[in-house]
Structures are given as C-alpha cells and as structure tokens.
Design a protein around this ligand. Structure first.
Ligand code: SAM
Ligand code: DTB
Ligand code: SF4
Length: 345
C-alpha cells in the first residue's frame, strides 16, 4: 500500500517535501513556514533527534567537529543595551566588567597561534562595538584578519553593524565569515534590545553576503521567549538563501548584573530540540553548540552532537565568561567516536 502524506507520522509528513541528496545545497528548502517549524520543535523528542540524525549523516557523513576559538579583542563599554550581555555599558555599574581598549595585533596573533597549536582551525574575534567605524581600530582588525589567514586558519569576526564598503574591506583582507546574530524572533527582539532593529541586523547580513563572505548567524534560547519565537528565529535563518554557513545556538549565560540574570536556566533538552530543528532546516550548515555549553553534562553535549551539532567554541574562555576545558573537550569528542575537523582555510 502506498503511503499518503496523511498516513505518515507528523515529522515524516512535514519532511516529505524536503529533498535529501547529500551536498544538494540548491535542493534544500528556503520556504519553511513558522507553523512547520513549531511542529518540528514540539515533536516527540526521539523522533526529532532521529530525523535530524538521519539528515546529519547524509550531509556530514565524516563525523567531524569543527573547533572554533574565540577571543574578545575589545571588551566592554558597548553602547547597545542587549539585555543578556555583560559588555553593555548600560549595565556596567552592576556587572562591574572592566572596559578594555582594542588588543594589539601581535597579542591577538600570538593567541591565534596558541589556539591553532591546541587544535582549533577557526579563530573568531569579537569586539563590543555597536558598529564598525573607519579608522585606526578597523585597520588593526583588518591586520588581525590577514594575520590569522596567514596562519592557515579560518578567520571570523563579530564587530556589530557594517556598511557595504566595510564588508568589502574585510573580504579583501581574506575574512572567511562574519558573525552577526539575530538572537531571537522579530517579534520578541524589542524586549531584548531597543538600541537597534531587526532590520538593522538583516541589512548587515546582506552587506556581508554581497561582499562574498560566509555568514555566521544564530541566536540565544532561555531569554523568556516562546516556542513560536524560537521557530520565527529559525525561520528567519532558514529562509535566507543561501543559508548561513554557521549557525551558533547559544543558551543564555545569565551573567549577574545583566537584566536577564534571574532567568531560569534552559532545560538542556530544549537545546537538543533547537539543534535538531536547525539541522533539519539547514542541512549543510555548521550548527555550533555555543554559549552555555559549560553547564551541560557530557551526556547532554553528546545528545546535541547526535542531534546535528558539529561545531563548538573551543578554549577556556568565550568572550567574557568561562568555557569548557580544552582537554575535556578533546576527550569528549574522542569518547563520542567523533573526529576533530581539519582546517579547510
Ligand atoms: N557586538 C557584536 C554584536 O552584538 O554583534 C559582537 C559581540 S556579541 C557579544 C556576540 C553574540 O554573543 C551576541 O549576538 C549574542 O548572541 C552572544 N551573547 C552575548 N552575551 C551572551 C550571553 N550572556 N549568553 C549567551 N549568548 C550571549
Ligand atoms: C556566538 O553566537 N556566541 C559567541 C560568539 N558567537 C561571538 C559569544 C558568546 C558570548 C557569551 C558571553 C560572554 O562570554 O561574554
Ligand atoms: Fe554590544 Fe554585542 Fe553585547 Fe549587544 S551583544 S551589548 S552589541 S557587545
């Protein structure tokens, strides 16, 4: 008897429309509805993980995990008011975070070399800026990008908003990817950030794409959003064409002194659902298990790998908060039977 869409279980029915050929990036869908995504996020956990695993195996058969190291090259005193962020100047009185000036190019490159020696293949540099301003500081960042590329590492920066010209200069310097997160749904955005709009973020992503660079764009769960907000974030990402090459999924790190300090910690299984759904929607992307990983057990992290995560931030520190121990991470990857991804820079 042939199956009709109605006779399939809810996940199979939803996915019956999605082509699955490995590497068939042009066959991946960019027309997901929020309704379909909510249905995925709410589906029985093991069915969801099964489906994500299936897609993950087809598109990432090699079982590799990308190790990306992160460095804050300019910390604190940011004019934006992102409620989750310890680097916002709006909350400094309560967070007590010291502001720092831009690090020297040589210091940054020596950190990149250390990261490379420890096994990282991507080096990500973050600045607590609202936007890039042309001048000495941007020139120094361009030199950092060139230096990281000369080390044969992938280079990623996150510097806030960018003009088309600035994006072109970063591309010229050899930047692999630009990170610019949408963080949450368009509807919930103004509850979290009031100093810029969702459209501002989308405009910068457009400029990055026009300059020919990869996009690294994801969000945060655990900020008080609904499942519909999570779906709308994922829908915004999955309807970009092409999809972002990297999708960082962060669990809120509730930093004391920020307005979100008292948020209930997110259930790790919610993170698994988010990872699995991102994997199903964006089969070829790197889905990065990002902030909040240090509060996960080894088992929860392995469940995230099973659900399609294939990248982590690797190094003792994220930007201002602690990250997992590097030896523990290498042991975890080996124990899960996975392999560290070699550099494709
Ligand atoms: N200022 C730039 C910007 O906002 O694009 C770059 C740096 S910003 C710290 C990079 C990303 O880190 C944010 O978009 C957010 O997704 C994430 N992030 C910051 N604080 C976080 C926290 N407490 N928990 C989880 N993710 C966080
Ligand atoms: C991303 O999505 N998460 C990283 C990176 N991209 C820049 C930053 C996480 C920051 C967590 C809080 C902190 O350490 O300050
Ligand atoms: Fe500034 Fe970025 Fe933090 Fe927002 S997330 S306050 S823009 S550093």
């Amino acid at each position: 008897m042939s199956e009709t869409l109605e006779s399939l279980n809810p996940i199979d029915a939803l996915l019956a429309k999605s082509p699955r050929e490995p590497g068939a990036a042009s066959g991946t869908r960019h027309d997901w509805s929020a309704f379909e995504i909510v249905a995925l996020l709410n589906s029985p956990l093991l069915d969801l993980v099964d489906e994500a695993r299936d897609i993950h195996r087809q598109f990432h058969a090699d079982g590799q995990v990308q190790l990306a190291s992160l460095l804050s090259i300019k910390t604190g005193a940011c004019p934006e008011d992102c409620k989750y962020c310890p680097q916002s100047a709006h909350y400094t009185k309560k967070t007590g975070l010291e502001r720092e000036t831009l690090l020297d190019v040589d210091d940054v490159l020596s950190k990149a070399r250390i990261a490379k020696d420890a096994g990282a293949t991507r080096f990500c540099m973050g600045a607590a800026w609202r936007e890039v301003k042309d001048g000495e500081a941007f020139d120094a960042v361009l030199a950092m990008v060139r230096g990281v590329r000369d080390l044969d590492m992938e280079a990623c920066v996150t510097l806030g908003m960018l003009s088309e010209e600035q994006a072109a200069r970063l591309a010229d310097a050899g930047l692999t990817a630009y990170n610019h997160n949408l963080d949450t749904s368009p509807e919930f955005y103004s509850e979290i950030i009031t100093t810029r709009t969702y459209q501002d973020r989308l405009d910068t992503l457009d400029n990055v794409r026009s300059a020919g660079m990869q996009i690294c764009c994801g969000g945060i769960i655990g900020m008080g959003e609904t499942v519909e907000d999570r779906a709308r974030l994922l829908q915004t990402l999955a309807t970009l064409d092409p999809h972002p090459e990297s999708v960082p999924i962060n669990a809120l790190v509730p930093v004391p002194g920020t307005p979100l300090e008292d948020q209930t910690p997110v259930d790790p299984l919610e993170l698994v659902r988010m990872v699995a759904t991102a994997r199903i929607l964006m089969p070829t992307s790197f889905v990065r298990l990002s902030a909040g990983r240090s509060s996960l057990t080894r088992e929860a992290q392995i469940l995230c790998f099973l659900a399609g995560a294939n990248s982590i931030f690797y190094g003792d520190k994220l930007l201002t908060t602690e990250n997992n121990d590097v030896d523990d991470d290498l042991a975890l990857i080996a124990d899960a039977g996975l392999r560290v991804k070699a550099c494709s820079a």
